[in-house]
Write a protein that binds this ligand. Structure first.
Ligand SMILES: [Zn+2]
Length: 297
């Protein structure tokens, strides 16, 4: 019996594997994220990166860059996998950024990372931590992390496994990926979306937004290894932390849009300062320094 040539079959299967890897898992995202329709997920056209989660899931981004963009803003959802509403809001905001009906949005190069912790999102049930059991929002390389993160975890959280900071800072592929984004993209503002505390938090050198939609500013504590601590306190990049009121239910569309408009309004005030100063860069935030109480989400 003649042996069939396997080469075309192998090539076909390889191509299938590659195309599966390159396809955004919109059916899965739509099934897991509240108020995210598959159509919206597909419409926003996420872009694959080379980065993978612990379990090998692609870490997706989406850049929205108008020609006249002068400012870079990084938006991150689902650092915690049991806060799926945060990822859904990021998806909705990608669409709003792409529509560009607002003058103040047209100078912004947006980079969205809607799901930083896909393994946590797709875990059954969803988990705050990544597949190594690490709280990614305690794993960033804040100064004195080696000394403080473990002590904080032991003494303040009483060894809460949901808040394990990891064996060392940036030990996780997901936190390393975000760290690289901050290093290479050089955002002048980071917006980190969480749930379910229903407040706004702010770290860094600028006047914080008073409210976004129905969320009001309420600055809380500071944590070793958190993104707000790393970005806002130690790197000089303002970090707006949004705590949605519900982890599994997304705000209504009108509220998502109002939060977006309020964010743009707040940024617009900063952008006016930038134009007056005729300078592009984080320095314009410093022209409105407020006495800095050390705060983080
Ligand atoms: Zn969170």
């Amino acid at each position: 019996m003649p042996v069939p040539c396997l080469k075309p079959l192998l090539l076909a299967s390889l191509m299938t594997v590659q195309s599966v890897q390159a396809a955004v898992p919109c059916a899965e995202f739509a099934a897991r994220l509240p108020n995210l329709k598959r159509d919206l997920c597909e419409a926003v056209k996420l872009q694959a990166t080379a980065a993978r989660s612990v379990q090998g899931r692609t870490l997706w981004v989406r850049d929205v860059k108008p020609e006249q963009a002068t400012m870079r803003v990084l938006v991150v959802g689902a650092i915690h996998g049991d806060e799926p509403s945060s990822a859904a809001v990021a998806f909705h905001w990608i669409r709003l950024a792409g529509q560009l009906p607002f003058a103040s949005a047209q100078v912004v190069h947006w980079r969205f990372v809607p799901v930083l912790n896909p393994d946590g999102i797709f875990s059954q049930p969803p988990r705050r931590v990544n597949a190594h059991g690490v709280d990614l929002n305690r794993n960033f390389s804040t100064p004195n992390w080696d000394r403080e993160a473990r002590i904080y975890w032991e003494k303040r959280t009483r060894k809460d496994p949901r808040r394990w900071p990891g064996a060392k800072s940036l030990s996780e592929p997901e936190s390393r990926f975000l760290h690289e984004q901050i290093r290479d993209f050089k955002p002048q503002l980071i917006v980190s979306i969480h749930a379910p505390y229903g407040v706004l938090d702010f770290d860094g050198p600028a006047v914080p937004p008073k409210r976004l939609g129905s969320l009001y500013l309420h600055q809380v504590g500071i944590y070793p290894g958190s993104l707000g601590n790393y970005g806002g306190v130690h790197s000089g990049v303002p970090v707006v932390t949004i705590e949605l009121p519900n982890a599994t239910r997304t705000p209504r569309d009108a509220e998502i849009r109002q939060m977006w408009l309020d964010l743009l309004g707040w940024m617009s005030a900063r952008l006016r300062i930038q134009r007056q100063a005729k300078a592009v860069g984080p320095s314009y935030f410093e022209s409105r320094l407020v006495p800095a109480a050390p705060t983080a989400e």
